[in-house]
Design a protein around this ligand. Structure first.
Ligand SMILES: NC(=O)c1ccc[n+]([C@@H]2O[C@H](COP(=O)([O-])OP(=O)(O)OC[C@H]3O[C@@H](n4cnc5c(N)ncnc54)[C@H](O)[C@@H]3O)[C@@H](O)[C@H]2O)c1
Length: 433
């Protein structure tokens, strides 16, 4: 199959490289000229484990190429995937569909022969209808069908998620389009990943319902963690105790500083907006969004408390800034609110992240960055772990204690054992235990 992937960000680039690895002929398109130039030179603009090798291998094999020319890529494609950003619209939290609609218009003008236009971006219910209308209006003669194919990959494990997904969801009712989609995903049959077909609206809503459910699970355990702290229970015991129940499952039951990232915050908000528009309020998700928003700054206040209630003039060493390990993505990372709360209280921030420093510099001011964890903590008044990168899981705590000005460890990811940290002489503060 010949595939054009419009948008070469986290989703577009991973999907494009994986489709090429399945044996399809893929052209990844982006309007960002520098991104495409870099990709042509073999440089990967994002950090995603294994992506550089996968891109290089498939580019070398002639199955994967890069261009700024959307029209040319569309003309020769059997399927055009739209994988552009759908951030929260400033002001009201609706999904901003400007990029999707702009891409649809450009695609419309270049369609040549039957083409399946696939919405891979996360888009509210009804966006497929609008994309169809835009294309038909811009090019009444175009022979096309619009399909929804939401993406469920997780940054940090994106390639294995894409190649061995729990499921693939395809929404649409054109038999010709469904045949093309089945052919594109046929290689997944080896791994027995289910490919489920449904209405386009069903597929669009499935993506939001999935993310809202996961955000709810995280927020649920975070509130239970708060209760654990008050009653003297350990949230890790409780999470294990409930997670072993197959009806509940153990994933997404790790108490922490609140969910962040490029998807959950914006997708939960967008779902609420859709729910309002259709007069079907989602009260559970409303509560989840509000609780999670409060939590991020509350984690900053937790650090201030650990410092004795006053952060003014104190230096806080932060380890981990990205919203989760194994990505350089800083979008809506809880670290942003933690750092800002501490800065508002007069603290000086020293920080280190294995991959996220460049992106962090774009969203955080007045932070002093260091190359490694031990440089970061030298002379600091507290050590705070915000993101659980592997590199922070086995710190030499004795060395850390000697480097710090005060032996305070705030472990917002619960990666250390209290007795070990306290045995070394730390005042240890965790989440929910
Ligand atoms: N990042 C994730 O983990 C993830 C997971 C599942 C779904 N999604 C969804 O996938 C979509 C893309 O997310 P992302 O994280 O890859 O975004 P991103 O910001 O990393 O990438 C989007 C890319 O699209 C390009 N672009 C925008 N308009 C264009 C146009 N008209 N023509 C060509 N290129 C254009 C941008 O330059 C950018 O490089 C979003 O809807 C997101 O919600 C993301």
């Amino acid at each position: 199959m010949r595939i054009a992937m419009i948008g070469s960000g986290y989703v577009g680039l991973v999907s494009g490289a994986c489709f090429a690895d399945f044996g399809h002929d893929v052209v990844c398109v982006d309007k960002d000229i520098r991104k495409i130039e870099a990709l042509k030179e073999g440089q990967i603009p994002i950090f995603e484990p294994g992506l550089d090798e996968l891109v290089a291998k498939n580019a070398r094999a002639g199955r994967l190429s890069f261009t700024n020319d959307l029209a040319e890529a569309t003309r020769t494609a059997d399927a055009v995937f739209i994988a552009v950003g759908t951030p929260s619209r400033r002001g009201d939290g609706h999904a901003d569909l400007t990029y999707v609609y702009a891409a649809a218009e450009e695609v419309a003008r270049a369609i040549d022969g039957f083409t399946v236009v696939v919405n891979k971006s996360t888009v509210p219910v009804g966006t497929g209808d609008e994309v169809e209308r835009i294309i038909r209006e811009a090019n009444p003669d175009a022979d096309f069908a619009v399909v929804s194919n939401p993406e469920f990959l997780r940054e940090g494990a994106a390639i294995s998620d894409f190649k061995r997904p729990d499921r693939v969801v395809i929404g649409g009712d054109s038999p010709r389009a469904l045949d093309v989609m089945r052919e594109i995903y046929r290689p997944l049959a080896i791994g027995r990943s289910p490919v489920i077909e449904m209405s386009r609206r069903g597929a669009e809503l499935t993506k939001y319902a999935g993310n809202a459910f996961l955000a709810t699970k995280i927020t649920f355990i975070n509130e239970i963690a708060d209760l654990c702290e008050k009653v003297g229970a350990d949230v890790q015991d409780v999470a294990r105790g409930i997670g072993l129940d197959n009806r509940i499952g153990s994933k997404f039951l790790h108490a922490g500083p609140g969910y962040g990232g490029s998807c959950f915050p914006k997708d939960t908000l967008a779902l609420l907006k859709t729910a309002q528009d259709f007069e079907a309020p989602q009260r559970i998700v409303e509560a989840v969004v509000a609780v999670n928003d409060n939590r991020k700054r509350a984690m900053g206040r937790k650090v201030i408390q650990a410092l004795g209630g006053d952060a003014r003039g104190k230096t806080v060493a932060i380890l981990g800034l990205t919203f989760k390990p194994n990505t350089d993505d800083m979008r809506d990372s809880p670290a942003i609110a933690v750092v800002q709360t501490l800065q508002d209280a007069g603290a000086v921030i020293h920080a280190h992240d294995p991959e996220g420093t460049e992106q962090a510099k774009q969203v955080l001011d007045n932070v002093v960055y260091f190359d490694g964890p031990y440089d970061t903590m030298k002379g600091a008044d507290a050590l705070v772990i915000v993101t659980e990168w592997d590199a922070f899981r086995a710190l030499d705590l004795t060395r850390a204690k000697d480097l710090l000005n005060a032996p305070i460890l705030v472990d917002l990811r619960n990666i250390y054992a209290r007795d070990v940290a306290e045995g070394i002489g730390f005042a240890y503060h965790a989440v929910g235990r």
